[in-house]
Design a protein around this ligand. Sequence first.
Ligand code: SF4
Length: 280
Amino acid sequence: MSGSLHARHRLHDQVGERVSAPSVEQFEVSLKTPSGTVTAPVSVPAGFVPVSELVPTLRRLGEQAQALEERQAASAGLAISCRKGCAACCRMLVPVSPPEAFSLREAILSMPADRRDRTLRKLDEARARLARAGLLDRLHQVAESDRQLSDQDLEPVNREYYALRQPCPFLEDEVCSIYEHRPAACRELLVTSPAELCQDMVNNPVRPLPVPLRVGTVLALLWSELAGGATRLIPLPLAVDWADRHAAEGRRTWKGTELLQKALDHVWRFLSQGALRTQD
Ligand code: SF4
C-alpha cells in the first residue's frame, strides 16, 4: 500500500454567535510518492457534503507532493522557469474533473455580480470562438462521452485546440483571474526548460517536471465511482456549462469521511500503479 490514514481527533461543533459550524474530523494522511513521503493533517466535515468539498484537500495533497518533486529538481540543479505573467501554457486545453467543475461553478457563482457576469461573458465568447473554429461540438462530445476516452482519442482535439492559441477564458492580462480556483492540471504543469520554449509546447523540447500525483485524474476516478459512467475530464472552456447542466448531481451529498476514504483509495491506487510503472 502506498499510504496510510490515521484518525487524529474529532473537533466538536463550534457554535459561534451567528453561525454553527459543522463538526469536522481530522486525520493524518501519509502518501508514499515517487518524490518522497507526504504526511499531512487533513480535515473533513463529519456530516454529509457534496464532492466539491473534497477538492481543496486533494489539491493541497497534490501540491505537497509536487513540492517534493520541486525540491528534488532543485537539488539536481534544475530551476523552475514558470513565473507570474508568463502564461504561454494557458493556450492549451485544460482537462477538468467533474468535482473541480462543480467547485469552479460555485466559485464563479459566489463572485461579486459584475465580476461574475464578466467571467460568464468571457466563457460565452470562448465557446463562440470554438464554434467558429469547428471545435465546440467535438469538445461537447468529450465532456459528455459515455465511453472512456484514451489519450489517443483526445490527442487530435488537444492538438487542434492548441493550434488556435486561444487564451484560456480565465486569463486576464496574462495572469490567471481564478488563481485560487484554477484546476489541478494548471497547478501541475511546471517546466525546467527555458520559458521561451513554451511558445510552442508541441514542437519545442519543453521539459515539464514529473507530476507525482495527478489530482484531476484521481477526482475524475472518484466521480466515476460515485456517479457511475465513464471517467471523464471536461475541457475547461465547457466546465462551468457542464457543471450547470449537471447541477443536481453536484448537489448530491455523501458522508465526508466516506468521501475522503474513497478519494484516498484512488490516490493510493494511482501511486501504486506509478510505482509499478517505475519498476518495469
Ligand atoms: S485556469 Fe488559469 S492557470 Fe489554468 S489555463 Fe486558465 S488562466 Fe491559465
